[in-house]
Design a protein around this ligand. Structure first.
Ligand code: TAP
Length: 511
Protein backbone atom coordinates (compact mmCIF):
# COMPACT_ATOMS: atom_id res chain seq x y z
CA UNK A 1 0.00 0.00 0.00
CA UNK A 2 1.08 3.55 -0.50
CA UNK A 3 1.96 5.31 2.72
CA UNK A 4 0.42 8.79 3.05
CA UNK A 5 3.71 10.54 2.33
CA UNK A 6 4.01 8.77 -1.01
CA UNK A 7 0.47 9.77 -1.94
CA UNK A 8 1.38 13.41 -1.26
CA UNK A 9 4.60 13.05 -3.30
CA UNK A 10 2.66 11.56 -6.21
CA UNK A 11 0.09 14.32 -6.00
CA UNK A 12 2.80 17.00 -6.08
CA UNK A 13 4.50 15.25 -9.01
CA UNK A 14 1.22 15.01 -10.95
CA UNK A 15 0.61 18.73 -10.41
CA UNK A 16 4.13 19.56 -11.65
CA UNK A 17 3.51 17.51 -14.82
CA UNK A 18 0.33 19.46 -15.57
CA UNK A 19 2.01 22.78 -14.74
CA UNK A 20 5.02 21.86 -16.87
CA UNK A 21 2.82 20.96 -19.85
CA UNK A 22 0.94 24.24 -19.51
CA UNK A 23 4.18 26.22 -19.35
CA UNK A 24 5.62 24.38 -22.36
CA UNK A 25 2.96 26.01 -24.51
CA UNK A 26 4.76 29.38 -24.42
CA UNK A 27 8.42 29.92 -25.36
CA UNK A 28 9.00 32.31 -22.47
CA UNK A 29 7.94 29.79 -19.84
CA UNK A 30 8.89 26.56 -21.64
CA UNK A 31 12.32 26.09 -20.04
CA UNK A 32 10.97 26.68 -16.54
CA UNK A 33 8.03 24.36 -17.22
CA UNK A 34 10.39 21.62 -18.33
CA UNK A 35 12.48 22.01 -15.18
CA UNK A 36 9.43 21.99 -12.91
CA UNK A 37 8.09 18.79 -14.49
CA UNK A 38 11.56 17.20 -14.31
CA UNK A 39 11.78 18.09 -10.60
CA UNK A 40 8.36 16.50 -10.07
CA UNK A 41 9.47 13.37 -11.90
CA UNK A 42 12.66 13.16 -9.79
CA UNK A 43 10.56 13.43 -6.63
CA UNK A 44 8.20 10.70 -7.87
CA UNK A 45 11.09 8.39 -8.80
CA UNK A 46 12.84 8.87 -5.44
CA UNK A 47 9.53 8.42 -3.58
CA UNK A 48 8.92 5.18 -5.46
CA UNK A 49 12.42 3.89 -4.78
CA UNK A 50 12.45 4.62 -1.06
CA UNK A 51 8.81 4.64 0.11
CA UNK A 52 6.72 2.55 -2.29
CA UNK A 53 5.62 -0.89 -1.08
CA UNK A 54 4.47 -3.79 -3.20
CA UNK A 55 0.66 -4.00 -2.83
CA UNK A 56 0.79 -7.80 -2.32
CA UNK A 57 3.96 -8.42 -0.35
CA UNK A 58 4.23 -5.00 1.36
CA UNK A 59 7.93 -5.11 0.51
CA UNK A 60 9.96 -2.06 -0.42
CA UNK A 61 12.11 -2.00 -3.56
CA UNK A 62 15.47 -3.51 -2.82
CA UNK A 63 17.45 -3.92 -6.06
CA UNK A 64 19.26 -0.65 -5.44
CA UNK A 65 22.35 -1.66 -7.41
CA UNK A 66 20.30 -2.27 -10.55
CA UNK A 67 18.06 0.73 -10.02
CA UNK A 68 20.81 3.29 -9.43
CA UNK A 69 23.06 1.65 -12.01
CA UNK A 70 20.30 2.12 -14.59
CA UNK A 71 19.58 5.66 -13.41
CA UNK A 72 23.23 6.70 -13.64
CA UNK A 73 23.87 5.10 -17.04
CA UNK A 74 20.57 6.40 -18.47
CA UNK A 75 21.19 9.83 -16.95
CA UNK A 76 24.67 10.10 -18.47
CA UNK A 77 23.42 9.00 -21.91
CA UNK A 78 20.50 11.45 -21.66
CA UNK A 79 22.66 14.43 -20.67
CA UNK A 80 25.28 13.72 -23.35
CA UNK A 81 22.63 13.20 -26.04
CA UNK A 82 20.79 16.40 -25.08
CA UNK A 83 24.02 18.44 -25.06
CA UNK A 84 25.26 17.01 -28.35
CA UNK A 85 22.06 17.08 -30.36
CA UNK A 86 21.74 19.73 -33.03
CA UNK A 87 18.50 21.69 -33.11
CA UNK A 88 17.78 20.21 -36.55
CA UNK A 89 18.14 16.68 -35.18
CA UNK A 90 15.69 17.19 -32.31
CA UNK A 91 12.80 15.29 -33.95
CA UNK A 92 15.05 12.25 -34.31
CA UNK A 93 15.98 12.42 -30.66
CA UNK A 94 12.36 12.82 -29.60
CA UNK A 95 11.55 9.78 -31.69
CA UNK A 96 14.39 7.76 -30.17
CA UNK A 97 13.43 8.69 -26.59
CA UNK A 98 9.79 7.97 -27.32
CA UNK A 99 10.81 4.55 -28.62
CA UNK A 100 12.68 3.88 -25.37
CA UNK A 101 9.48 4.67 -23.43
CA UNK A 102 7.58 2.18 -25.60
CA UNK A 103 10.28 -0.45 -25.06
CA UNK A 104 10.09 0.06 -21.28
CA UNK A 105 6.33 -0.39 -21.31
CA UNK A 106 6.64 -3.57 -23.41
CA UNK A 107 9.36 -4.99 -21.13
CA UNK A 108 7.24 -4.24 -18.06
CA UNK A 109 4.53 -6.38 -19.64
CA UNK A 110 7.00 -9.20 -20.37
CA UNK A 111 8.16 -9.20 -16.73
CA UNK A 112 4.68 -8.85 -15.31
CA UNK A 113 3.36 -11.68 -17.49
CA UNK A 114 5.91 -13.97 -15.89
CA UNK A 115 5.02 -12.67 -12.44
CA UNK A 116 1.38 -13.11 -13.26
CA UNK A 117 1.81 -16.77 -14.09
CA UNK A 118 4.07 -17.39 -11.12
CA UNK A 119 2.35 -15.39 -8.40
CA UNK A 120 -1.04 -14.00 -9.16
CA UNK A 121 -2.81 -17.34 -9.03
CA UNK A 122 -0.86 -18.71 -6.09
CA UNK A 123 -1.62 -15.70 -3.93
CA UNK A 124 -5.27 -16.49 -4.25
CA UNK A 125 -4.90 -20.16 -3.26
CA UNK A 126 -5.30 -20.15 0.49
CA UNK A 127 -4.88 -23.85 1.02
CA UNK A 128 -4.51 -26.20 -1.94
CA UNK A 129 -5.38 -29.20 0.20
CA UNK A 130 -8.64 -27.82 1.41
CA UNK A 131 -11.00 -28.46 -1.46
CA UNK A 132 -13.66 -26.27 0.13
CA UNK A 133 -11.38 -23.23 -0.33
CA UNK A 134 -10.51 -24.08 -3.88
CA UNK A 135 -12.67 -22.49 -6.46
CA UNK A 136 -13.47 -19.54 -4.24
CA UNK A 137 -11.51 -16.44 -5.14
CA UNK A 138 -9.23 -18.41 -7.39
CA UNK A 139 -9.25 -17.38 -10.96
CA UNK A 140 -7.83 -15.33 -13.71
CA UNK A 141 -7.50 -11.61 -13.05
CA UNK A 142 -8.71 -10.51 -16.47
CA UNK A 143 -8.17 -6.81 -15.83
CA UNK A 144 -4.52 -7.40 -15.11
CA UNK A 145 -4.05 -9.84 -17.97
CA UNK A 146 -5.65 -7.52 -20.53
CA UNK A 147 -3.55 -4.60 -19.26
CA UNK A 148 -0.39 -6.68 -19.63
CA UNK A 149 -1.26 -7.48 -23.25
CA UNK A 150 -2.22 -3.87 -24.03
CA UNK A 151 1.10 -2.64 -22.62
CA UNK A 152 2.98 -5.30 -24.57
CA UNK A 153 1.30 -4.64 -27.92
CA UNK A 154 1.09 -0.84 -27.78
CA UNK A 155 4.59 -0.48 -26.28
CA UNK A 156 6.15 -2.75 -28.92
CA UNK A 157 4.40 -0.98 -31.80
CA UNK A 158 5.56 2.34 -30.38
CA UNK A 159 9.15 1.13 -29.96
CA UNK A 160 9.50 -0.43 -33.42
CA UNK A 161 7.63 2.43 -35.12
CA UNK A 162 9.73 5.07 -33.35
CA UNK A 163 12.95 3.36 -34.40
CA UNK A 164 11.81 3.40 -38.04
CA UNK A 165 10.78 7.08 -37.68
CA UNK A 166 14.20 7.83 -36.16
CA UNK A 167 15.94 6.12 -39.10
CA UNK A 168 13.79 7.98 -41.61
CA UNK A 169 14.37 11.37 -40.06
CA UNK A 170 18.13 10.99 -40.08
CA UNK A 171 18.07 9.59 -43.61
CA UNK A 172 19.28 6.08 -42.70
CA UNK A 173 15.98 4.42 -43.65
CA UNK A 174 14.09 5.12 -46.86
CA UNK A 175 10.30 5.00 -47.28
CA UNK A 176 9.43 1.41 -47.95
CA UNK A 177 6.19 -0.18 -49.07
CA UNK A 178 4.86 -2.98 -51.22
CA UNK A 179 1.63 -3.62 -53.05
CA UNK A 180 -1.19 -4.51 -50.71
CA UNK A 181 0.79 -3.46 -47.63
CA UNK A 182 -2.24 -1.97 -45.90
CA UNK A 183 -4.03 -5.31 -46.23
CA UNK A 184 -0.99 -7.14 -44.84
CA UNK A 185 -0.86 -4.61 -41.98
CA UNK A 186 -4.52 -5.24 -41.21
CA UNK A 187 -3.83 -8.98 -41.34
CA UNK A 188 -0.92 -8.74 -38.87
CA UNK A 189 -3.01 -6.58 -36.56
CA UNK A 190 -5.90 -9.04 -36.76
CA UNK A 191 -3.53 -11.90 -35.98
CA UNK A 192 -2.20 -10.07 -32.90
CA UNK A 193 -5.73 -9.47 -31.59
CA UNK A 194 -6.82 -13.04 -32.39
CA UNK A 195 -3.79 -14.62 -30.72
CA UNK A 196 -4.24 -12.41 -27.65
CA UNK A 197 -7.87 -13.45 -27.23
CA UNK A 198 -6.92 -17.10 -27.78
CA UNK A 199 -4.07 -16.90 -25.25
CA UNK A 200 -6.20 -15.29 -22.56
CA UNK A 201 -8.81 -18.00 -22.95
CA UNK A 202 -6.08 -20.68 -22.96
CA UNK A 203 -4.76 -19.43 -19.64
CA UNK A 204 -8.25 -19.53 -18.24
CA UNK A 205 -8.92 -23.09 -19.47
CA UNK A 206 -5.51 -24.25 -18.16
CA UNK A 207 -6.67 -23.19 -14.78
CA UNK A 208 -10.06 -24.82 -15.10
CA UNK A 209 -8.76 -28.11 -16.46
CA UNK A 210 -6.19 -28.26 -13.72
CA UNK A 211 -8.51 -27.15 -10.98
CA UNK A 212 -9.69 -30.63 -10.28
CA UNK A 213 -6.15 -31.90 -10.54
CA UNK A 214 -5.01 -29.38 -7.99
CA UNK A 215 -7.69 -30.47 -5.53
CA UNK A 216 -6.37 -34.00 -5.50
CA UNK A 217 -2.64 -33.43 -5.42
CA UNK A 218 0.12 -32.40 -3.08
CA UNK A 219 0.16 -28.97 -1.47
CA UNK A 220 3.29 -27.73 -3.25
CA UNK A 221 1.66 -27.72 -6.64
CA UNK A 222 1.12 -24.15 -7.69
CA UNK A 223 -0.99 -23.04 -10.58
CA UNK A 224 2.23 -21.71 -12.05
CA UNK A 225 3.56 -25.23 -12.30
CA UNK A 226 0.36 -26.32 -13.97
CA UNK A 227 0.27 -23.45 -16.41
CA UNK A 228 3.92 -24.10 -17.04
CA UNK A 229 2.96 -27.46 -18.51
CA UNK A 230 1.62 -25.49 -21.40
CA UNK A 231 4.83 -24.03 -22.80
CA UNK A 232 2.72 -22.94 -25.72
CA UNK A 233 1.49 -20.14 -23.46
CA UNK A 234 4.97 -18.66 -23.46
CA UNK A 235 5.52 -19.35 -27.14
CA UNK A 236 2.31 -17.56 -28.02
CA UNK A 237 3.11 -14.66 -25.71
CA UNK A 238 6.49 -14.07 -27.37
CA UNK A 239 4.90 -14.54 -30.80
CA UNK A 240 2.49 -11.70 -29.98
CA UNK A 241 5.48 -9.62 -28.81
CA UNK A 242 7.31 -10.32 -32.09
CA UNK A 243 4.26 -9.65 -34.29
CA UNK A 244 3.68 -6.33 -32.50
CA UNK A 245 7.25 -5.30 -33.34
CA UNK A 246 6.68 -6.34 -36.96
CA UNK A 247 3.45 -4.36 -37.02
CA UNK A 248 5.28 -1.27 -35.70
CA UNK A 249 7.78 -1.53 -38.57
CA UNK A 250 5.10 -2.16 -41.24
CA UNK A 251 2.92 0.60 -39.86
CA UNK A 252 5.53 3.37 -40.12
CA UNK A 253 7.69 2.16 -43.03
CA UNK A 254 5.40 3.30 -45.88
CA UNK A 255 4.51 6.69 -44.40
CA UNK A 256 6.13 9.59 -46.23
CA UNK A 257 9.00 11.51 -44.64
CA UNK A 258 7.09 14.80 -44.39
CA UNK A 259 4.39 13.07 -42.36
CA UNK A 260 6.86 11.86 -39.74
CA UNK A 261 6.02 14.58 -37.18
CA UNK A 262 2.39 13.45 -37.14
CA UNK A 263 3.50 9.83 -36.84
CA UNK A 264 5.91 10.64 -34.02
CA UNK A 265 3.19 12.45 -32.16
CA UNK A 266 0.88 9.45 -32.71
CA UNK A 267 3.59 7.10 -31.42
CA UNK A 268 3.95 9.44 -28.45
CA UNK A 269 0.28 8.84 -27.76
CA UNK A 270 0.91 5.07 -27.93
CA UNK A 271 3.81 5.28 -25.50
CA UNK A 272 1.66 7.32 -23.10
CA UNK A 273 -1.10 4.70 -23.16
CA UNK A 274 1.43 1.87 -22.77
CA UNK A 275 3.02 3.65 -19.78
CA UNK A 276 -0.44 4.17 -18.28
CA UNK A 277 -0.94 0.39 -18.55
CA UNK A 278 2.28 0.01 -16.50
CA UNK A 279 0.89 2.42 -13.90
CA UNK A 280 -2.31 0.39 -13.77
CA UNK A 281 -0.39 -2.86 -13.34
CA UNK A 282 1.66 -1.54 -10.46
CA UNK A 283 -1.19 0.42 -8.95
CA UNK A 284 1.16 3.38 -9.29
CA UNK A 285 -0.88 6.56 -9.56
CA UNK A 286 1.87 8.87 -10.76
CA UNK A 287 2.86 6.50 -13.55
CA UNK A 288 -0.79 6.28 -14.52
CA UNK A 289 -1.15 10.10 -14.48
CA UNK A 290 2.10 10.59 -16.42
CA UNK A 291 1.05 8.05 -19.04
CA UNK A 292 -2.41 9.56 -19.43
CA UNK A 293 -0.93 13.07 -19.77
CA UNK A 294 1.54 11.92 -22.44
CA UNK A 295 -1.25 10.07 -24.22
CA UNK A 296 -3.57 13.09 -24.09
CA UNK A 297 -0.83 15.51 -25.21
CA UNK A 298 0.08 13.17 -28.09
CA UNK A 299 -3.58 12.94 -29.13
CA UNK A 300 -4.04 16.73 -29.12
CA UNK A 301 -0.78 17.33 -30.98
CA UNK A 302 -1.70 14.71 -33.60
CA UNK A 303 -5.08 16.38 -34.16
CA UNK A 304 -3.53 19.87 -34.30
CA UNK A 305 -0.89 18.83 -36.81
CA UNK A 306 -3.42 17.10 -39.04
CA UNK A 307 -5.50 20.27 -38.90
CA UNK A 308 -2.45 22.40 -39.78
CA UNK A 309 -1.98 20.29 -42.90
CA UNK A 310 -5.72 20.06 -43.59
CA UNK A 311 -5.56 16.29 -43.68
CA UNK A 312 -7.26 13.48 -41.85
CA UNK A 313 -5.23 11.05 -39.74
CA UNK A 314 -6.29 8.23 -42.07
CA UNK A 315 -4.93 10.17 -45.03
CA UNK A 316 -1.64 10.73 -43.21
CA UNK A 317 -1.31 7.04 -42.38
CA UNK A 318 -2.36 5.70 -45.76
CA UNK A 319 -1.75 8.65 -48.09
CA UNK A 320 2.07 8.39 -48.34
CA UNK A 321 2.42 12.19 -48.50
CA UNK A 322 5.97 13.44 -48.98
CA UNK A 323 7.18 9.99 -49.88
CA UNK A 324 9.71 9.26 -52.54
CA UNK A 325 7.10 9.66 -55.23
CA UNK A 326 7.29 13.13 -56.79
CA UNK A 327 3.92 14.08 -58.09
CA UNK A 328 2.03 17.15 -59.21
CA UNK A 329 4.02 20.25 -59.95
CA UNK A 330 7.28 18.33 -59.75
CA UNK A 331 6.80 17.08 -63.27
CA UNK A 332 5.82 20.41 -64.78
CA UNK A 333 8.01 22.78 -66.77
CA UNK A 334 8.55 25.79 -64.49
CA UNK A 335 9.98 28.48 -66.77
CA UNK A 336 12.54 31.04 -65.66
CA UNK A 337 13.26 32.58 -62.30
CA UNK A 338 15.01 35.84 -61.59
CA UNK A 339 17.74 36.65 -59.11
CA UNK A 340 18.26 39.74 -57.00
CA UNK A 341 21.62 41.20 -55.99
CA UNK A 342 22.41 41.66 -52.29
CA UNK A 343 22.65 45.42 -52.71
CA UNK A 344 19.23 45.61 -54.36
CA UNK A 345 17.67 43.37 -51.73
CA UNK A 346 19.06 45.55 -48.95
CA UNK A 347 17.67 48.72 -50.57
CA UNK A 348 14.24 47.15 -51.11
CA UNK A 349 14.07 46.15 -47.45
CA UNK A 350 15.59 49.25 -45.89
CA UNK A 351 13.09 51.51 -47.66
CA UNK A 352 10.04 49.35 -47.04
CA UNK A 353 7.38 50.15 -44.47
CA UNK A 354 6.69 46.59 -43.56
CA UNK A 355 8.84 43.47 -43.93
CA UNK A 356 7.62 39.98 -43.10
CA UNK A 357 10.26 37.31 -42.51
CA UNK A 358 9.22 33.71 -43.25
CA UNK A 359 11.61 31.34 -41.50
CA UNK A 360 11.85 27.70 -42.56
CA UNK A 361 13.98 24.63 -42.13
CA UNK A 362 16.94 26.25 -43.95
CA UNK A 363 17.19 28.92 -41.25
CA UNK A 364 17.67 26.18 -38.68
CA UNK A 365 20.22 24.38 -40.87
CA UNK A 366 22.22 27.58 -41.30
CA UNK A 367 21.84 28.47 -37.59
CA UNK A 368 21.02 31.95 -38.82
CA UNK A 369 18.57 32.91 -36.08
CA UNK A 370 20.92 35.42 -34.41
CA UNK A 371 21.79 37.08 -37.72
CA UNK A 372 18.09 37.18 -38.47
CA UNK A 373 17.35 39.00 -35.21
CA UNK A 374 20.17 41.42 -35.93
CA UNK A 375 18.68 42.23 -39.34
CA UNK A 376 15.32 42.78 -37.69
CA UNK A 377 16.80 45.25 -35.19
CA UNK A 378 18.68 47.10 -37.91
CA UNK A 379 15.57 47.45 -40.04
CA UNK A 380 13.63 48.62 -36.97
CA UNK A 381 16.23 51.37 -36.48
CA UNK A 382 15.49 52.45 -40.05
CA UNK A 383 11.80 52.68 -39.19
CA UNK A 384 10.76 49.43 -40.87
CA UNK A 385 8.09 47.34 -39.18
CA UNK A 386 9.43 43.75 -39.10
CA UNK A 387 7.40 40.68 -38.17
CA UNK A 388 7.75 36.91 -38.58
CA UNK A 389 5.22 34.63 -40.23
CA UNK A 390 5.27 31.24 -38.55
CA UNK A 391 3.77 28.25 -40.33
CA UNK A 392 2.71 25.49 -37.89
CA UNK A 393 4.83 22.84 -39.65
CA UNK A 394 7.76 25.00 -40.75
CA UNK A 395 11.02 23.25 -39.92
CA UNK A 396 11.07 19.68 -38.73
CA UNK A 397 9.13 19.62 -35.49
CA UNK A 398 6.18 21.38 -33.93
CA UNK A 399 7.25 24.81 -32.69
CA UNK A 400 10.67 24.49 -34.38
CA UNK A 401 10.72 28.10 -35.59
CA UNK A 402 9.41 29.47 -32.30
CA UNK A 403 12.15 27.70 -30.37
CA UNK A 404 14.81 28.80 -32.85
CA UNK A 405 13.81 32.45 -32.76
CA UNK A 406 13.31 32.43 -28.99
CA UNK A 407 16.93 31.22 -28.76
CA UNK A 408 17.96 34.45 -30.51
CA UNK A 409 15.77 36.54 -28.14
CA UNK A 410 13.32 37.56 -30.84
CA UNK A 411 10.32 39.18 -29.16
CA UNK A 412 7.53 36.63 -29.08
CA UNK A 413 5.00 39.35 -29.88
CA UNK A 414 6.55 39.64 -33.33
CA UNK A 415 5.80 36.05 -34.26
CA UNK A 416 2.53 35.84 -36.16
CA UNK A 417 0.65 32.60 -36.50
CA UNK A 418 -0.36 31.56 -40.02
CA UNK A 419 -3.86 33.09 -39.98
CA UNK A 420 -2.61 36.42 -38.58
CA UNK A 421 0.27 36.52 -41.06
CA UNK A 422 -1.99 35.73 -44.00
CA UNK A 423 -4.19 38.67 -43.02
CA UNK A 424 -1.13 40.96 -43.02
CA UNK A 425 0.51 39.91 -46.31
CA UNK A 426 -1.62 42.22 -48.52
CA UNK A 427 -0.26 45.23 -46.56
CA UNK A 428 3.33 43.91 -46.56
CA UNK A 429 5.96 45.47 -48.84
CA UNK A 430 8.62 42.79 -48.71
CA UNK A 431 8.45 39.13 -47.71
CA UNK A 432 11.89 37.69 -46.97
CA UNK A 433 11.75 33.88 -47.08
CA UNK A 434 14.67 32.33 -45.23
CA UNK A 435 15.11 28.65 -46.02
CA UNK A 436 11.38 27.91 -46.29
CA UNK A 437 9.90 26.09 -49.23
CA UNK A 438 6.93 23.71 -48.79
CA UNK A 439 5.13 26.05 -46.38
CA UNK A 440 4.96 28.76 -49.07
CA UNK A 441 4.24 26.46 -52.02
CA UNK A 442 1.07 27.60 -53.86
CA UNK A 443 0.65 24.07 -55.23
CA UNK A 444 -1.00 23.33 -51.88
CA UNK A 445 -3.85 25.59 -53.02
CA UNK A 446 -4.02 25.22 -56.78
CA UNK A 447 -2.63 21.84 -57.81
CA UNK A 448 -4.96 18.98 -56.85
CA UNK A 449 -2.34 16.50 -58.10
CA UNK A 450 0.27 17.79 -55.64
CA UNK A 451 1.01 15.65 -52.58
CA UNK A 452 0.69 18.75 -50.41
CA UNK A 453 -2.64 19.80 -51.90
CA UNK A 454 -4.99 20.98 -49.15
CA UNK A 455 -2.26 21.95 -46.68
CA UNK A 456 -2.83 25.54 -45.57
CA UNK A 457 0.16 27.69 -46.56
CA UNK A 458 1.49 31.20 -45.98
CA UNK A 459 0.02 33.37 -48.76
CA UNK A 460 3.26 35.26 -49.37
CA UNK A 461 2.38 36.09 -52.98
CA UNK A 462 -0.19 38.58 -51.63
CA UNK A 463 2.70 40.89 -50.61
CA UNK A 464 4.20 43.41 -53.03
CA UNK A 465 7.64 41.78 -53.32
CA UNK A 466 8.92 38.33 -52.39
CA UNK A 467 12.61 37.60 -51.84
CA UNK A 468 13.50 33.94 -51.43
CA UNK A 469 16.76 32.93 -49.81
CA UNK A 470 17.95 29.36 -50.30
CA UNK A 471 21.09 27.79 -51.68
CA UNK A 472 19.78 26.33 -54.92
CA UNK A 473 16.60 25.49 -56.82
CA UNK A 474 16.38 22.13 -55.07
CA UNK A 475 12.98 21.17 -53.64
CA UNK A 476 12.13 21.13 -49.94
CA UNK A 477 11.11 18.27 -47.70
CA UNK A 478 8.07 17.15 -49.71
CA UNK A 479 10.33 16.75 -52.75
CA UNK A 480 8.26 18.95 -55.06
CA UNK A 481 8.96 22.03 -57.17
CA UNK A 482 7.68 25.40 -56.02
CA UNK A 483 5.79 27.64 -58.46
CA UNK A 484 6.35 30.63 -56.22
CA UNK A 485 10.00 30.86 -57.27
CA UNK A 486 8.94 31.45 -60.88
CA UNK A 487 6.32 34.12 -60.27
CA UNK A 488 6.96 37.71 -61.48
CA UNK A 489 6.91 39.12 -57.93
CA UNK A 490 9.55 36.69 -56.71
CA UNK A 491 13.34 37.14 -56.76
CA UNK A 492 15.84 34.52 -55.65
CA UNK A 493 18.69 35.45 -53.32
CA UNK A 494 20.93 32.40 -53.35
CA UNK A 495 23.33 31.43 -50.59
CA UNK A 496 23.58 30.04 -47.08
CA UNK A 497 21.02 31.88 -44.93
CA UNK A 498 23.54 32.98 -42.29
CA UNK A 499 26.05 34.31 -44.81
CA UNK A 500 23.34 36.08 -46.82
CA UNK A 501 21.90 37.70 -43.69
CA UNK A 502 25.32 38.86 -42.52
CA UNK A 503 26.00 40.35 -45.95
CA UNK A 504 22.58 42.02 -45.99
CA UNK A 505 23.29 43.54 -42.58
CA UNK A 506 26.62 44.88 -43.88
CA UNK A 507 24.92 46.37 -46.96
CA UNK A 508 22.12 48.01 -45.00
CA UNK A 509 24.58 49.51 -42.51
CA UNK A 510 26.36 51.17 -45.43
CA UNK A 511 23.21 52.67 -46.94
P1 TAP B 1 11.43 22.77 -46.55
O1 TAP B 1 10.25 22.70 -47.44
O2 TAP B 1 12.06 21.52 -46.13
O3 TAP B 1 12.50 23.69 -47.30
C1 TAP B 1 13.65 24.08 -46.67
C2 TAP B 1 14.50 24.80 -47.68
O4 TAP B 1 15.63 25.32 -46.99
C3 TAP B 1 15.03 23.87 -48.75
O5 TAP B 1 14.35 24.07 -49.96
C4 TAP B 1 16.52 24.23 -48.86
O6 TAP B 1 16.82 24.62 -50.17
C5 TAP B 1 16.68 25.41 -47.91
N1 TAP B 1 17.92 25.38 -47.16
C6 TAP B 1 18.53 24.31 -46.60
N2 TAP B 1 19.66 24.68 -46.00
C7 TAP B 1 19.77 26.01 -46.18
C8 TAP B 1 20.74 26.96 -45.78
N3 TAP B 1 21.83 26.62 -45.10
N4 TAP B 1 20.52 28.25 -46.12
C9 TAP B 1 19.44 28.60 -46.84
N5 TAP B 1 18.49 27.74 -47.23
C10 TAP B 1 18.67 26.46 -46.91
O7 TAP B 1 11.13 23.59 -45.23
P2 TAP B 1 9.83 24.33 -44.71
O8 TAP B 1 9.31 25.30 -45.72
O9 TAP B 1 10.19 24.83 -43.37
O10 TAP B 1 8.72 23.22 -44.63
C11 TAP B 1 8.80 22.19 -43.72
C12 TAP B 1 8.53 20.87 -44.41
O11 TAP B 1 8.95 19.82 -43.57
C13 TAP B 1 7.08 20.62 -44.68
O12 TAP B 1 6.93 19.80 -45.82
C14 TAP B 1 6.63 19.86 -43.45
O13 TAP B 1 5.46 19.09 -43.63
C15 TAP B 1 7.84 19.01 -43.23
N6 TAP B 1 8.07 18.61 -41.89
C16 TAP B 1 7.63 19.41 -40.88
C17 TAP B 1 7.86 19.04 -39.61
C18 TAP B 1 7.34 19.94 -38.52
S1 TAP B 1 6.29 19.42 -37.42
N7 TAP B 1 7.68 21.17 -38.48
C19 TAP B 1 8.60 17.88 -39.35
C20 TAP B 1 9.07 17.08 -40.42
C21 TAP B 1 8.78 17.49 -41.69
P3 TAP B 1 18.33 24.51 -50.71
O14 TAP B 1 18.74 23.09 -50.53
O15 TAP B 1 18.23 24.92 -52.13
O16 TAP B 1 19.14 25.45 -49.89
Amino acid sequence: MEPGLLTIIYLIASVTFILGLKMLSHPETARKGNLIAAAGMTLAVLGTIFIYRDPYTEERLHNYGWIFGGLVIGGIIGVLAAKKVKMTAMPEMVSMFNGMGGACAALISVIEFNHFLKESFVIRVDDPLDSSVLGQGIGVDYGMLITIFLGLIIGSVSFAGSMIAWGKLNGKIKDWSFKGQHIVNLGVFGLIVGLTIFLISTINSSYEIDNGYLTNTAKDVSIHALVNIHTSVYVLFYLIFFLSLVYGVFFVAPIGGADMPVVISLLNLFTGVAAACGGFLYGNKVMLTGGILVGAAGTLLTILMCKAMNRSLGNVLIGSFGGSKVAGTGAREQGAYKEIALSDASVVMAYANKVMIVPGYGLAVAQAQHACHELEKLLNEKGVDVKYAIHPVAGRMPGHMNVLLAEADVNYEKLLEMEEANAEFPSTDVVLILGANDVVNPAAKNDPASPIYGMPILDVELAKTVIVNKRSMKPGYAGIENDLFFQPKTSMLFGDAKKVLQDLIGEIKNL
